[in-house]
Ligand binder design. Structure first.
Ligand SMILES: [Zn+2]
Length: 117
């Protein structure tokens, strides 16, 4: 009998395989359903935290291997990309600024490829 308080959700096979593999490697002792639920919740809470931490920053997207961030305080765009193995911000010409910190919290960061100079 399914738990009436629990809703079922289908996910793509390749996503299931990745998340199950991560769950198995962490050996937490909690159930897979609880672990996935906690994982999703933490990420949603992280997104909310980022919005309150830097309300003037927002993600535009990825263009030509660069993560584009809109800064409404400076009224400019920051392009974040990998340079010599480090994240680099075009706006501040820096490897350590608020845009980099913001980018580090975005899942899209994983889409930046390492071959950018
Ligand atoms: Zn910056």
């Amino acid at each position: 009998m399914p738990d009436p308080a629990r809703r079922n959700l289908s996910i793509l096979n390749e996503v299931y395989d990745k998340i199950k593999s991560k769950y198995d490697s962490e050996k937490t002792g909690i159930s897979f359903v609880r672990w996935v639920s906690d994982y999703l919740l933490m990420n949603l809470e992280k997104d909310e935290f980022i919005r309150s931490y830097a309300p003037h920053l927002s993600k535009i997207g990825i263009h030509e291997n660069r993560l584009i961030i809109k800064d409404t305080k400076k009224n400019q765009l920051a392009e974040i990309f990998l340079k010599d193995g480090q994240l680099y911000c075009s706006l501040d010409e820096s490897t350590d600024c608020l845009h980099i910190h913001f980018a580090l919290a975005l899942p899209e960061l994983a889409r930046l490829k390492k071959n950018n100079k």
